[in-house]
Design a protein around this ligand. Sequence first.
Ligand SMILES: Cc1cc2nc3c(=O)[nH]c(=O)nc-3n(C[C@H](O)[C@H](O)[C@H](O)COP(=O)(O)O)c2cc1C
Length: 397
Amino acid sequence: MHPINEIRGSKSKTLSGKRIVLGITGSIAAVECVKLARELARHGAEVIPVMSRAATKIIHPDSIHFATGLEPIIELDGAVKHVELCGDTSNPADLLLIAPATANTISKISHGIDDTSITTMASCAMGSGMPIIMVPAMHNSMYTHGIITENIERLKKAGVTFVGPKMEEKKAKMATLDDVIHQVIRSLSDMSFEGKNVLVITGPTSEPLDDVRVLTNKATGRTGVHLALEAFYRGANVNVWAGEGVKVPDILPVKRFGSVGDLEELAQNADAHVILVPAAISDFLVEKRDGKVSSSEEDTIKLRRAPKILGVLRSKTDALIVGFKAETGISLEELESRAIKRMKEHGLSIIIANLLEDVSEEDTKALILRKDGKKDIIQVKKSELATMVFDIIGESK
Ligand SMILES: Cc1cc2nc3c(=O)[nH]c(=O)nc-3n(C[C@H](O)[C@H](O)[C@H](O)COP(=O)(O)O)c2cc1C
């Protein structure tokens, strides 16, 4: 058994049974492909490697053989692997992922030229309707070259999905491996939320006490990021509003908020079919002092009640709103009755309530209540909670 099989599916089974043709072209970012191939395998995929001649000068085919368990296809021959894998056949692969994609390969494919193993795979895939993802990587001067920009647009119009690049150090660098994986999962999903706009508001607020100090909380925003990714995987147009410090993958568009006031301003223009609010929003506003309060000075912080953002959202949109309620030191019965009160008060469709003592970094125990009275008590990983929540939203759509 090749060692790749020892890690296949070790992170998730999301891509189990999926066969992905990984086209590696001659960009320096080809050195990332060992990690990319193994990460795809960790999510359950079988990766079938194809390399251009130029790619073999950058990374040795043995490394790619090691990373995938298969010898890379470099030249096409009488086995017609391009037809078998990407053509109109009875058992084609599920996806053609070209990562990294050079300016040369992008431009050739956009003009229907196929003179390498990868461009020929692409011609077949375009004709057979197989999903194609391209992950460009090149120098800035190539990426901003008008003809290459046009070629990228041409491919987008033809249905090719692009991930990245991220612009850094005057280069159009390959997107992060995580973002490539996120897009692969989306491209292979049932796209059941296609056409739906989903907004996720997550993380802590932070109220300024003076010009340097803030009143904030310990929320990491991780639950919201899992929810946003789940919506993205299911094909939704996702927007994230995140508090300071929340790590949001580059593939998700994000607006940042600091104080409750910032959030209230954003909420005036909230527009989505589904809004999820796992944010830890301060219940109090602080009267901010100018400058920096001296350490020799004793002071009293004056708190005022903050507006309820759920209420603002409800008044501005008729979206399906999913609220979250975190409490501590109360019974499950009391948690349920407070959650029902919150649901009624703000016209929520679903509320997810938990006791902070039941939540760890990756796991959570939660009570899921729906406005039709259905109730579930679950103990799961935060990422699994996201799957369950979207299954429930899917039923309520
Ligand atoms: C070390 C090295 C790094 C390169 N990096 C890139 C790159 O990041 N992006 C790119 O478009 N071309 C890059 N090139 C140029 C391509 O390798 C060249 O255009 C080649 O013809 C691409 O062939 P392919 O698209 O069939 O792989 C690089 C070349 C070398 C020698």
